[in-house]
Design a binder for this molecule. Structure first.
Ligand SMILES: Cc1ncc(COP(=O)(O)O)c(C=O)c1O
Length: 362
C-alpha cells in the first residue's frame, strides 16, 4: 500500500518561493540563517564547534529537556526528537494503527493525519469542524484512536477552555489512545503558550514542533511525546528511517526554545495584526461568503460564494495578483480557501489590497 499524492504539496512546490504574497503556506514567513541565530543568541563560532557525529538517536538530552518543559509532568524519557512533526506522526501511526482500526479526527484535516492511517488500513471517522470543538460531539464518537489537531489546520478553530477540560475528562473515561497534534501550539490567540492535551500516563500522546510558528521550517525538527515504552519502540522504528536529526539543527532548536519568551511575543503580534487586518477587509474581497477569525495558529478557512470552484478561484487570483492561497479542494472540501497569516505585514497588506481590486475575478 502507498499513500495517495499529498494534495497541498504540488501547489506549494510551484508557488511558495515565487509568489509575491504567500498566503498558501501554513508557516510564518521564514527568517534567514543570520536572523535565526540572532533570535537565539548563537554565533557562527558556536556552530563551528559542533562535532559532526550523529546526534543521539532519541535526540540530545538537553533538547529533550527543553521540549519536556513545554508539557506539565513530562520527562526527557518521554520525548523523541524527530525530523519534523511529519515523522513523529508517521511513527505514531505505524505503532498505533492496525487494519480496520477506527480513527476519528476533525474534518477537513491536514492530509497526513488521515492518509497514513488509511494506508495502514484504518477506517476514518470524519467529525465535521462545525461541531467538532464541542466536547459533547466526541462523546458520541466511538473510535480506537482519536486524533485532535489543536489549534486546527485548516480552520484555525480551538476548544474553549471549559469544553477542553470536558473533552479531556471524557477521553480519560473512554480509556482510549488520543494523539494530540499540537503543531501550532506556540501561537494561541491572546499570547502565551497554547493548551496541551498531552498526558502520557493516560495514553494521551503528542506531536509538535516550533518550526512553522517560529519561521524556521528548514530546520526540520519536531517531536513525539508518549510513555517511555512507546518512545522506545518509536525510536527503534526511527532508526530505520531518518535515524538521527543533524546536530546543527538540534543545537539551534535548543537555542530557540531557550530564548522563545524573548521573540515569540513579537511573532504573535505580527500574526494577530494580519488576522485583524484580514478580518477588517474580507467583506470587500470578491466572491467571499464568510470568514471566522482563527483562535490559534497561522491559518484560516474562508467560504466562497456557492458554485465557485476553489481551484479556479486560487488560479485566477494568483495570475491576476501574485497572491497565493490554497484551494479547499486540496483538503478534499470544495467551496473554501485556506489563508495563511504568516506573511510579512507590509506584503500581506499589499496582497490584500491587490486582491480587493479584482472585482471581476470570477
Ligand atoms: C497539523 C500539522 N501537523 C503536522 C504537520 C507537519 O509538520 P512538519 O513540517 O514539521 O513535518 C503540519 C504541517 O503543515 C501540520 O499543519
Amino acid at each position: 500500500m502507498e499513500p495517495r499524492e499529498f494534495f497541498i504539496e504540488d501547489r506549494l512546490e510551484r508557488f511558495r518561493l515565487e509568489a509575491f504574497c504567500n498566503l498558501g503556506e501554513s508557516g510564518l514567513s521564514h527568517f534567514t540563517m543570520e536572523e535565526m541565530l540572532l533570535l537565539c543568541d548563537l554565533h557562527w563560532k558556536d556552530l563551528s564547534q559542533i562535532p559532526m557525529n550523529d546526534a543521539p538517536n532519541q535526540g540530545s538530552f538537553a533538547l529533550r529537556s527543553a521540549i519536556a518543559e513545554l508539557y506539565p509532568g513530562v520527562t526527557e524519557e518521554e520525548v523523541l526528537v524527530t525530523t519534523g512533526t511529519g515523522e513523529a506522526l508517521y511513527l505514531a501511526f505505524q505503532l498505533l494503527v492496525r487494519p480496520n482500526s477506527k480513527l476519528a479526527l476533525v474534518w477537513p484535516a491536514f492530509q497526513a493525519l488521515y492518509e497514513i492511517p488509511q494506508m495502514l488500513g484504518a477506517k476514518i471517522i470524519k467529525v465535521p469542524s462545525e461541531n467538532a470543538f464541542l466536547a459533547s460531539t466526541w462523546q458520541l464518537v466511538d473510535a480506537d484512536l482519536y486524533v485532535i489537531n489543536h489549534p486546527h489546520n485548516p480552520t484555525g478553530q480551538t476548544f474553549p477552555s471549559l469544553q477542553w477540560e470536558q473533552l479531556l475528562e471524557q477521553f480519560r473515561q473512554k480509556k482510549k489512545t488520543v494523539l494530540f497534534d499540537e503543531h501550532y501550539r506556540f501561537l494561541p490567540k491572546g499570547g502565551g503558550m497554547g493548551k496541551t492535551g498531552v498526558d502520557p500516563g493516560n495514553q494521551f500522546y503528542g506531536t509538535g514542533s516550533f518550526t512553522k510558528c517560529f519561521g524556521v521550517t528548514g530546520l526540520r525538527v519536531g517531536w513525539l511525546i508518549a510513555e517511555k515504552k512507546f518512545i522506545k519502540r518509536a525510536r527503534s522504528f526511527k532508526d530505520y528511517l531518518t535515524h538521527t536529526v543533524n546536530p546543527i539543527s538540534e543545537r539551534i532548536a535548543l537555542g530557540l526554545l531557550q530564548k522563545k519568551d524573548r521573540f515569540l511575543p513579537v511573532i504573535q503580534k505580527r500574526v494577530q495584526n494580519n488576522i485583524d487586518h484580514f478580518t477588517s477587509v474580507w467583506r470587500d474581497l470578491p466572491n467571499i461568503l464568510s470568514f471566522t477569525p482563527p483562535e490559534g495558529g497561522l491559518v484560516g478557512w474562508v467560504k466562497l460564494q456557492t458554485g465557485i470552484l476553489s481551484e479556479t478561484y486560487a488560479d485566477k487570483l494568483y495570475l491576476r495578483t501574485g497572491v497565493f492561497v490554497l484551494p479547499g479542494s486540496n483538503f478534499e472540501m470544495e467551496g473554501f480557501l485556506r489563508i495563511g497569516f504568516g506573511e510579512k505585514e507590509d506584503v500581506f497588506r499589499e496582497g490584500l489590497s491587490r486582491w480587493k481590486e479584482c472585482t471581476d475575478l470570477i
